[in-house]
Design a protein around this ligand. Structure first.
Ligand code: SF4
Ligand code: SF4
Length: 88
């Protein structure tokens, strides 16, 4: 079964403060890369959790699987901008 919820980091907004990496206790971020947020274990992310994103001072974290967002996020296969109307 594919994972349906995990954080997506916007590298243009992120200032690498490390708050999100410190916050998560589920091993989603690679602590060895701190303070840079590197998502390495998406399977550990808790469905619906926004713990790291709510603490980010720059709004750099969104979630794959968040129905309030449209489009499929990073890795989108649409050319010239995302055309998707549902999360995948
Ligand atoms: S959403 Fe929650 S479980 Fe997932 S990476 Fe952030 S703090 Fe960890
Ligand atoms: S809390 Fe936000 S700004 Fe800080 S490292 Fe995480 S994504 Fe980047």
């Amino acid at each position: 079964m594919s994972k349906t919820w995990y954080p997506l980091i916007n590298g243009e907004l992120c200032t690498e403060c490390g708050i999100c990496v410190d916050k998560c206790t589920h091993g989603v971020y690679d602590k060895e890369k701190a303070p840079r947020p590197v998502v390495t274990y998406i399977e550990g992310c808790v469905q619906g959790c926004t713990g790291c994103g709510s603490l980010c001072p720059n709004g750099a974290i969104t979630y794959f699987g968040d129905a309030s967002q449209t489009g499929c996020g990073d890795g989108c296969c649409c050319e010239g901008g995302c055309n998707c109307t549902e999360t995948v």
